[in-house]
Design a protein around this ligand. Structure first.
Ligand code: ZN
Length: 81
């Protein structure tokens, strides 16, 4: 039985700066084809635009209309906020 790895992540809208902590989980098992990623909680003003099994292709929509991925590929290079 796979263990679900739960974590939280700060999401910030690149357009209006709306931000907050999302709670998500995925299956911690490298043998699985996909991690079964799910967002369990989103901060106020942010919604799921498109659900996916992967963080990189899960799209978030802000109340201002901007869409952005749950995990931005370029995020590591942006440093601390
Ligand atoms: Zn926004």
């Amino acid at each position: 039985m796979a263990i679900r790895d739960r974590f939280s992540k700060k999401l910030t809208c690149p357009q209006c700066g709306n931000s907050g902590f999302a709670e998500a989980s995925e299956i911690d098992d490298a043998k699985r084809k996909h991690p079964g990623f799910t967002v369990d909680h989103l901060p106020r003003g942010l919604f799921i635009q498109r659900a996916s099994n992967h963080q990189e292709s899960t799209m978030i929509k802000c109340e201002c209309g901007r869409k952005f991925p749950f995990r931005n590929i370029a995020e590591a290079a942006t440093g601390r906020d």
